[in-house]
Design a protein around this ligand. Structure first.
Ligand code: CA
Ligand code: CA
Length: 440
């Protein structure tokens, strides 16, 4: 542990605003600069090409606080859903890991209570919690996890990499997911100050039931990010005001995750306590799995006729990259591939041999991409109704499609107008001749 004079509590009225902005750090798959929170919605088939919102799996807003006193540490807090949390000791000591609000006692931590924080840094922590409540009806009542890496104006190095936030990871306590092989996306609100000194370096891991981490997105540096906006905060206790603190919503992922439950772990890779002053709130894990739709482009065809079949892979509305999805469509008995397939999906590979009943596809959706398609022709030698539905699909990282049906019948059985319409203007004579046959 090293100590040095903390920068922030000694600066003036605008002291909270980042004094120096660095280059944007928003990168593909890590921090998608889109608007704040997604509406709750579940993806469903039927809107190929039109992204639907990702669905929320888990949300922690740190508001499940029974009383403003005593001030809790993260590991003493239980979420409204019963979720417990912990962190490395460095992030549960000094003015770190506090469940903080502006509305709490400005003198709360003192010699007899939380003596490793102290009012100078505590009051600054209250302001940063207020900033994260900016825009709400009661920002003073907003609780957030604050991390000032210091106490009473003195910086304390946490070391790195250290876990700053973690859900319980034992089997049965992980967050239940809608299923296996989902694309997971996380958003969280971050307030940051002291960006003239050391920056927080934040990254997320998903934890399996054994506690083994796998990356969810990549490391971000919130300082200087274009998603930040200043929020005016009032003074409190030893902390003067009004000043401004920068706040933004950041994203991690999307990542294709094999398991059906996951823990969440936030790691800070900044070892310094000089700066590294931040807080976070509204940790939201989302299912951002793309939707697979499929459609026969003819509802009716003759035996042996080529019927176009289109698969559409539609991203969710945040349009994060979705890399590594795959599916296999086992065509209904009697329906086979007729000709070569095409796709505009990035890194798309289609395995669908001519005459085969199996269509296998792997591919990606790039950052910002709403959808991509796979097209090929199929055909049936025999009459029948051929329904291709979710039961024909095995998919990884895709929501299943709805049914699509093609009716294969000889031309003689078609309604006259439909036959003519399908054959098109160049076949009018043929259509009319059949009409004469049928009606004579
Ligand atoms: Ca909150
Ligand atoms: Ca600090």
């Amino acid at each position: 542990m090293s100590t040095r004079q903390e920068m922030l509590p000694t600066r003036g009225g605008k002291r909270f605003r980042a004094a120096r902005r660095t280059a944007a750090v928003v990168t593909a798959g890590a921090a998608v600069a889109v608007g704040a929170g997604f509406p709750l919605a579940a993806a469903s088939p039927g809107t190929p090409g039109t992204p639907q919102a990702p669905s929320t799996i888990y949300l922690e807003d740190f508001q499940n606080v029974a009383s403003p006193a005593p001030v809790l540490r993260l590991n003493q807090y239980t979420g409204a859903n019963g979720q417990s949390y912990f962190a490395d000791p460095a992030w549960l000591s000094n003015c770190n890991g506090l469940v903080t609000s502006f509305g709490q006692d400005p003198n709360a931590p003192g010699p007899t209570s939380m003596s490793d924080c102290g009012p100078v840094t505590w009051n600054g922590s209250q302001q940063i919690a207020y900033a994260l409540g900016g825009g709400s009806a009661n920002p003073a009542g907003n609780y957030a996890i604050t991390a000032a890496t210091g106490h009473d104006g003195v910086a304390v190095d946490p070391g790195a990499p250290k876990v700053e936030f973690q859900t319980g990871f034992q089997a049965g306590r992980n967050i239940a997911l809608p299923g296996k092989n989902r694309f997971l996306l996380l958003s969280y609100d971050v307030a940051v100050e002291g960006c003239q000194a050391a920056h927080p370096f934040l990254y997320w891991n998903l934890l399996d039931t054994a506690g083994t981490p796998s990356p969810l997105g990549v490391q971000i540096d919130p300082c200087g990010s274009p998603v930040l906006h200043p929020v005016t905060v009032p003074g409190i206790g030893t902390a003067p005001g009004p000043g401004t603190i920068d706040v933004g919503t950041f994203y991690a992922g999307a990542t294709l995750y094999a398991g059906d439950s996951a823990g969440l772990q936030l790691v800070n890779n900044q070892p310094s306590g000089g700066g590294n002053d931040h807080a976070f709130d509204n940790v939201k894990l989302m299912d951002a799995t793309p939707q697979l739709d499929k459609s026969f482009d003819l509802s009716r065809a003759q035996p042996g006729q080529a019927v176009p079949l289109t698969f559409t892979i539609t991203n969710t509305s945040e349009l994060a990259a979705k890399n590594g999805w795959s599916f296999t469509d086992t065509l209904p008995l009697g329906l086979v591939v007729a000709g070569a397939a095409g796709t505009n999906c990035p890194s798309g590979v289609v395995t669908a041999p001519n005459g085969s009943s199996s269509i296998s596809v792997t591919g990606n959706l790039d950052l910002g991409m709403a959808s991509c398609t796979v097209t090929l022709n199929v055909t049936a030698a025999q009459d029948g109704n051929y329904t291709n539905g979710p039961g024909n699909i095995t998919a990884v990282g895709l929501n299943p499609p709805a049914d699509t049906t093609v009716q294969v019948v000889p031309m003689m059985s078609w309604p006259v107008g439909l036959a003519a319409a399908v054959l098109g203007s160049g076949a009018w004579l043929l259509g009319r001749r059949k009409e004469e046959v049928i009606t004579s």
